[in-house]
Design a protein around this ligand. Sequence first.
Ligand code: SAJ
Length: 406
Amino acid sequence: MARELQKIVVMGLGYIGLPTASMLATKGHQVLGVDVNEQAVNTINSGRIHIVEPDLDILVKSAVNSGNLKASMTPEEGDTFILAVPTPFKELNGNPKAPDLAYVEAATRAIAPFLREDNLVILESTSPVGTTERIEEIIVSLRPELAGKIHTAHCPERVLPGQILRELVDNDRIIGGTTKAAVTKAKALYKTFCNGAILETDSRTAEMSKLVENSFRDVNIAFANELSLVCDQLGINLWETISLANRHPRVNILQPGPGVGGHCIAVDPWFIVASAPEQARLIRTAREVNDAKPHWVIDKVRTKARRFREPVIGCLGLTFKANIDDMRESPSMDIVQELVNSGIGRILACDPNVSAAKVPFELYELKHVLKESDILLLLVDHEEFKEIDPEVIKDKVVIDTKGVFR
Ligand code: SAJ
């Protein structure tokens, strides 16, 4: 198939939209990135970035300098429209974890006036089953003359924060179209930057596959987190148990931690539960196990703190995982905030990846925390923490949720 350069409008310039828009622009497409955040739009237009992701700054700079990437607060006409907006959850009819499609619907309404016959609309946001069809319904309700004349597809993003640029190119992609023509068009576009296999299906199966990927991970992390409670109860070394069990050729237990964070794995399984509450029992339980882990960690700290008259508690890490700055749905952040509120001692929080302006309590240098703390609570396995000299902490009470000091 001849490589066709297009005008592409990308709705949402966050962790998925910005790398995707920039990648497409560096491949020669004319890309307009649209975001509701004016500051983000201005930052991108000046060739800089508003989020932390390795090498993204270089990619965005070259995309903007080439003249192929522009950011704006309003869409324009184009050939293909990519929706990469958040899909969080909300309280609905007594369900506190119902999918919130407000951003997807708003982005769809925003592009509707600019759509032309034969345009392709791709949903990249992780979404409940049926959302791609819903997008088409909204478009047709606003533009009845386009009924049967536009193409919609779901191409779920699968990149891992921290490795987005590599995974954007190397990962296999699933393309689920509401029609065969939509799949063919979307495939041709993704082929312009994706080296992985491009797997074709219908939109509902594509939506479900993405939800299943993150639920698979959540269920397996829940297993590891449950094991951490069991081993603690039995007085057995958790990390040794896991590493021994993982020497079996068909066992691969994931890593326990303070809970599951981020905007994907802690959210997406609820979309399956909301769609099939009677059937998705294990998926729901896994979510509950992972959500309960931060409370267990807090209880551990409380118990240890009782040994001290005025305990100084050093908390290492605030982000939702190692070596990133992202604190969305971070269990570590929730734990530290709860400890600060509880008044059980002096809390010295430390995270080398987080700027002080982004948190509602004081942050301290690692050296200071290591010197002053009676209790050290390790919450995130950042590289800086892995380098801590065991000699320095040997007389402290250590609660290590990630097995860094194992
Ligand atoms: N975690 C553990 N133990 C583990 C692995 C992870 O406790 O063994 C925790 C992390 O600390 C973190 C959370 O789980 O709090 C999620 O981290 P992650 O690195 O597993 O995943 P995310 O949320 O950064 O990205 C996931 C990825 N999905 C899968 O690996 C199946 C990514 O490929 C998706 O694109 C992304 O969700 C998304 O946007 O949906």
